[in-house]
Structure formats: structure tokens, C-alpha cells
Design a protein around this ligand. Structure first.
Ligand code: 1PR
Length: 555
């Protein structure tokens, strides 16, 4: 039992607060949930995690009659920790959803990162904090990074700078944390910021609610406790700013014995060569995810690779994997495979939103959509209109673009004469088997089993228009080959969209990561086989990136 005063959690019903609950549980802290305005007014410490759209969040607060109580609680300077939207809502309003009023406690309005910055939006990943003042909340952060995922931000101005505790930089300075008295809020997600984030939440839980500025200053001048074993090798002169992410991917499926295992294919063929041809078994999903998070993976992705043919809500083991993993892994989790609408054997219809909601409730921070995204893009290109019905649109509208990843499974097609090809081609440095000088990348569905008449660049642009927040760019030819990413493909796609692109398929050594970051706008790089087979560690990759001057998160 924790001796600290109780925590009250404000879950207004829009987002996934499971990870915040997992973090509290990990820290041995119990909580109760707000049911009525009185619960806010009686709270000893209030935590307000916000995910999703500004307008919906405000509407839920209004509908539940919580606005006045929340204002009163915060204006009284009582212990408060807002997270993400829980920071933005304290401002006067946001330009999101065409302009919405907020709680109006902090001067200034929340705006979208401007396109003129030329950077992918959402701002996703691990970024530095520039601490403006001493604070016990951030004292253990030191020069480590925290995890952000948002398209909108507040900016420091003379009118609000007495609130600003820390800023971060992404083409411009924006507010990363605020504090006045015992009222705190962070734009980043402490519950997804690994050991650094847990230390922040712990510090909030352990503050006695009567913090004096002098005490805080005294605490902060003492050296922060070391949080990660990775710390030292990276320190001196390490590049700052948004880190390029390193993601560990677990392709998961049921093997012939009926167990859910992590597998890994070569060009999407996951069966052993030779007799028996069993599905390759490289380990248990929960265990491996935990290992990668501890080893410094910036995110972990699960792909249920037979999800396209199974009913995902019937696939309870996968949901259970998420539940178990999210209890002990405090970095972002993505899950893909089978995110689409579905009719079960009893004729019951499930929308893609319902399927995704079940994954979010089980601990996913993002869902990844493969085959269904191709269908949606084809429809958009055919009709020239957004229907509002696709999985991408529905999930993005409800949970925000940052929660929707589109996984692309393309295969290279060489072309001798680009003028006779209906697709957008590029001149390639790797000529085809007949000496072809041009190529395009054909999208596939159902795990590469079926090719479609659509290029990877066209798909990426269409899904961005539909509301996807990120692209996971695989490459069937490169998958499992270990000879490096398809740099031409990744450059083409990352130049063609304004959302972050995750490079995937083909990593064989640390140099391949540096290569893809130097040669494309990829925001992240994902690998599977080399990590599963312990050929290369996440540390090896990050050390090499740091040596190459690529910003990387190290603790
Ligand atoms: O179509 O929405 O049900 O989603 C299915 C998902 O499963 C898609 O994201 C698709 O990429 C994935 N998938 C389907 N079949 C396979 C397969 O391998 N047979 N795996 C598959 C995709 C590719 C990567 C892999 C990287 C890195 N695996 O995620 O992890 O290529 O590997 P490497 O570092 O070892 O080269 P839907």
C-alpha cells in the first residue's frame, strides 16, 4: 500500500487511459475515478490524461458538468497533473476543429504545427526538454528525452511565460510542460516515456502538495539519479531535438500447434525451409516486447500477420498479449492486423472503430491498418471523394490521426519503358534482371498474397488525405534479407507525404539505420530479424547513430 494521498483520475471517456493506470499501478499507487463534479472538488491529487480531439474532449467535460469544478480545482492551485490534451485544454482555446474554446486558465491558443516548418506532422517521438525553471516534477529528467505525439501545440508568449516550465523544439519552440504552484501539465506523455516518465509521475505522487520554490531549487541542483544504463556513452555533444526512432517489430501469428508466437519471414514467407515447414518460432510476444523495451526500443510494434483472415476480436490471445505487455512496457505500442469492419459467424456486424477500440482498451497506443487501407485508397481514387466510412477516417476522427498508422506492403516492379507504364516510376540505381532502369512499387494486400493496381507513393498520399498519422513502409523484396532498407522506396514515399514515415524491412547492421536516416526523411526505422536473433542490439544501433550525429534517445 502506498502511503501517499489518493489519486483521482479524470477519464472523460474519449481516450486510452489504460497506460496511465498501468503507470500508477507500476508505482504502487491506487486511484479512484471521477464520476461527478464533487469527485474533482474532493480530490487530493487529480490526474487528467487527454487523448483525441480537442472539441470532443471539451464537449464531454461540458456534458458531464465537470468544467466548473475543474476550473475551481485548478484555480485554487491544488495538485494537478494534466497530460497532452490535459495541458492544451487549460489554454483559452484551440484552432483544432475550426476553433474551440478551452478552459481559459492560461493565456494563449493552441495551434497546429505550421506546414511552413516543412516537418512531418504529427510531431511523434522522443524530444528534449529545455527546462525554464527548477521543478521537482522534472528534476530526474536531466538531459533525457520524453515521448510526444501531437499535431497541435501551445507556444510560450510574454502573457503566459510565468506558467512555462519547459519548452521543446520542433521547427519552433513550443510548450512542453507548465507549472504554477502544484498545478502541472505536460504536452508529452510521461506514461509512455519509459523510466524518465515513471520518475515524473512518481515525483508528482510524492510531492506533499505544498511545494516551495526554494525547496525545489535545492533539489534540482543535486545530480539526478541515473535512470538508464545507456546514459554515459552518448553524453558529450549528442545531437539534440526530436530523436530518430528505433522500433522493434514482432510479427505474430498462431503456429501449427495453436500457440501465438513471434515469427519472422524472408520476403513474407514465415515457414521453415525443408521438412515439416513449421511456422518459425522466435519467441513469446510478451516476453520479447518486454526485452526490447528494456533494451531501449523507442516503440514496439505487433503485427498480427494472419489478421486479414481471422476475426480480430475473436483473437483473444492477441488482446491478451497487449494487456500483459502494456502492464510492464512504458513505451508506445502499436498493433496491426485485421483492423477493419467485420461480420462474425452469427451475422453480427462490428465496425472497424469497434475493433480498434478493443485494441486501444487493451493497451495499444496506435493501430496499424494494412489491407483495408488499400481498399480505402482505391475508393478515394475512384470516387475522388472521402466517404467518411473507411477505417482510417473513422478511427482518425475519433482517436486522432496520431493513433492511425498505415502499413504498406509493396513489391518492386521494374519497368523498361516508363512511358508505357501507367504508374509513377523512378529511375533506379539498381537495374532490374533485364537491365531495366526504372521501377515502381506495387501495393499488395493479405500479407503480400495479392498485388493491386496501386503504387506505394499513391497509397501513402491517399491515406494521408484520409487521415492517417503515420506510414509504416515495409518492402517485400527486402524483408528478412539483411542487406539494408530500400532507400529509393523510402526516399520516394517520405518525400511525397507530410506525415512521419517508418522505414522497414532489410536492416542487417547498425550502418543500415544511419544510411536510411541520412538518405531519406524517414522519422523512424524498424527491424525484426536482427533483434530476434540477437545479431545486433538496440544499443549497437543507437551508439552508431550517435556517432553519426543522428539524434537518438538514450535513456
Ligand atoms: O492487412 O491490416 O490485416 O495487416 C496485416 C499486417 O501484417 C500488415 O502490417 C503486414 O505488413 C503484416 N504481414 C502480413 N503478412 C506478413 C508476413 O510476413 N507474412 N508481416 C506480414 C510483415 C514485415 C515487417 C517486418 C519487417 C522487418 N512483416 O513488419 O517486421 O519487414 O523485418 P526485418 O527487419 O527482419 O527485415 P492487415
Amino acid at each position: 500500500a502506498n502511503p501517499q494521498p489518493g489519486v483521482t483520475l479524470l477519464d472523460y471517456g474519449a481516450g486510452n487511459v489504460r497506460s496511465v493506470k498501468n503507470a500508477l499501478r507500476q508505482l504502487g499507487q491506487e486511484w479512484n475515478e471521477v464520476q461527478s463534479p464533487g469527485d474533482i472538488l474532493n480530490a487530493q491529487k487529480l490526474v487528467f490524461p487527454g487523448v483525441g480531439a480537442y472539441e470532443q474532449a471539451m464537449q464531454s467535460l461540458v456534458r458531464q458538468g465537470l468544467v466548473d469544478a475543474l476550473r475551481e480545482y485548478i484555480q485554487a492551485g491544488r495538485p494537478f497533473l494534466g497530460i497532452c490534451l490535459g495541458l492544451q485544454l487549460l489554454f483559452e482555446g484551440s484552432e483544432e476543429n475550426g476553433g474551440v474554446e478551452g478552459l481559459g486558465l492560461i493565456p494563449g491558443r493552441v495551434q497546429r504545427f505550421p506546414a511552413s516548418l516543412g516537418l512531418p506532422v504529427p510531431h511523434i517521438g522522443w524530444n528534449d526538454l529545455d527546462q525554464w525553471k527548477a521543478s521537482s516534477l522534472l528534476q530526474s529528467v536531466g538531459d533525457r528525452r520524453a515521448y510526444f505525439v501531437h499535431s497541435y501545440c501551445a507556444t510560450p508568449t510574454p502573457a503566459n511565460d510565468d506558467w512555462v516550465l519547459a519548452t521543446s523544439h520542433y521547427g519552433m519552440d513550443f510548450v512542453a510542460a507548465i507549472r504554477q504552484g502544484d498545478v502541472h501539465a505536460t504536452q508529452f506523455h510521461p506514461e509512455k516515456s519509459g523510466p524518465v516518465g515513471l520518475a515524473i509521475i512518481d515525483s508528482f505522487l510524492n510531492s506533499d502538495g505544498s511545494t516551495k520554490p526554494e525547496q525545489v531549487a535545492a533539489q534540482v541542483s543535486s545530480p539526478a539519479a541515473p535512470l538508464g544504463s545507456l546514459e554515459s556513452p552518448f553524453k558529450a555533444g549528442a545531437p539534440r531535438g526530436l530523436a530518430k526512432r528505433v522500433i522493434a517489430c514482432l510479427d505474430v501469428r498462431t503456429n501449427d500447434a495453436g500457440d501465438l508466437v513471434v515469427t519472422k519471414g524472408d520476403q513474407y514467407d514465415v515457414r521453415e525451409k525443408g521438412e515439416g515447414q513449421d511456422v518459425r518460432n522466435l519467441g513469446q510476444p510478451v516476453e520479447l516486447a518486454g526485452r526490447y523495451a528494456a533494451d531501449g526500443a523507442d516503440e514496439v510494434t505487433f503485427l498480427n500477420i494472419t489478421g486479414f483472415r481471422d476475426f480480430p476480436l475473436g483473437d483473444l490471445p492477441m488482446l491478451e498479449v497487449l494487456r500483459q505487455t502494456s502492464k510492464g512496457v512504458f513505451v508506445p505500442l502499436t498493433v496491426g492486423g485485421g483492423i477493419r469492419e467485420f461480420m462474425d459467424a452469427g451475422g453480427h456486424h462490428y465496425s472497424a472503430l469497434q475493433v480498434a477500440a478493443e485494441y486501444f482498451r487493451s493497451g495499444a497506443d496506435k493501430v496499424s491498418i494494412g489491407s483495408d487501407a488499400v481498399a480505402a485508397a482505391e475508393e478515394l481514387r475512384r470516387t475522388g471523394q472521402k466517404s467518411g466510412r473507411s477505417a482510417i477516417e473513422q478511427i482518425s476522427w475519433h482517436y486522432g490521426a496520431q493513433a492511425v498508422v498505415v502499413s504498406i506492403d509493396p513489391r518492386r516492379v521494374w519497368v523498361a519503358d516508363p512511358s508505357s507504364c501507367l504508374h509513377r516510376t523512378v529511375r533506379t540505381q539498381q537495374p532490374g534482371p533485364q537491365g531495366e532502369q526504372h521501377c515502381w512499387w506495387q501495393c499488395t494486400v493479405k500479407g503480400g498474397r495479392e498485388g493491386r493496381n496501386l503504387g506505394a507513393v499513391e497509397l501513402a498520399q491517399a491515406v494521408e488525405e484520409l487521415g492517417a498519422g503515420e506510414i509504416l513502409l515495409n518492402c517485400i523484396d527486402k524483408d528478412g534479407a539483411g542487406n539494408g532498407f530500400d532507400l529509393e522506396l523510402i526516399k520516394e514515399v517520405s518525400d511525397a507525404v507530410n506525415i512521419p514515415v517508418i522505414a522497414s524491412s532489410g536492416a542487417g547492421k547498425p550502418e543500415h539505420f544511419a544510411e536510411v536516416f541520412h538518405n531519406s526523411r524517414a522519422a523512424a526505422a524498424l527491424a525484426a530479424g536482427i533483434f530476434h536473433r540477437r545479431e545486433v542490439s538496440i544499443d549497437d544501433v543507437k551508439l552508431h547513430m550517435a556517432e553519426q550525429g543522428i539524434p537518438t534517445r538514450t535513456g
